[in-house]
Design a protein around this ligand. Sequence first.
Ligand SMILES: [Zn+2]
Length: 268
Amino acid sequence: MPCPWRPRPRWPERAGRNMATYFHFAPAVALAVAAGTRTVGWRLMLLGAVCAVVPDADFLLVWLRFDPYSGTYGHRGFTHSLGFALVMGLIAALWRRPAPYSWHQRGLAGLYLALCTASHPLLDGLLDAGICNAWLWPLDGTRHCLGWRPIPMQHVALWGWVRLGTEMLWIGVPLVLLANGGMALRALHRRWRAPIRLVSQPVATGVKSVGFGIRPNLPDVRETRFFRERKETNRRLQRRRRVEAMDWLGRELRTRRISQGAGAAWDE
Ligand SMILES: [Zn+2]
């Protein structure tokens, strides 16, 4: 879809009227909530919020007349591309201290920051106002518009309640749903992988009666450590009781024989 944007008079000053949204930081928070605090800590979340806002720093390049507003290095140019997001993620993954973090954690942090950075051009691209993004930089510096730009911002002033309300409806609500969806999925995953708790009645607790419904990937109850230990203890206990019983029997027989013998001797 060709970009319909044309420079207005007195740009770049006036052209930036529809540039920003208040909610650029919000995807970072929503993704962090969805992923959970173990995956994304609050420091990483703050960094994600910075990454989600930083693409608009390209205004400096326009202001310094490095490139015109609609150039590859102008507003919504290379910083609003998927390549830029990828570079940010890679830098973050390599930058993170290697000592306490595994490659897996560093990769996850890089992925999170890349997603935060990519959320910026996505939000900008969904607004129906303003110039389009150079999505494919560094492969292609020209602007490409999304086929669907539903957020109505054309006649909304940069500051004010109307803009805030529109953004809350079109950006805030989907992000709240995203965060809650992530939380629900994590809760479901936790329930699914939770071990069976065998506290007092290991035999009475069936596999299918624990939690909700049938969980096919659970280990057999008889394989759990608690049950094995209990079985061991039972076996040892039975052996001891058997020995005790035999001792008792032997004692009884001996005393009876003696008493019987004594009685017999007395009777005689
Ligand atoms: Zn932007």
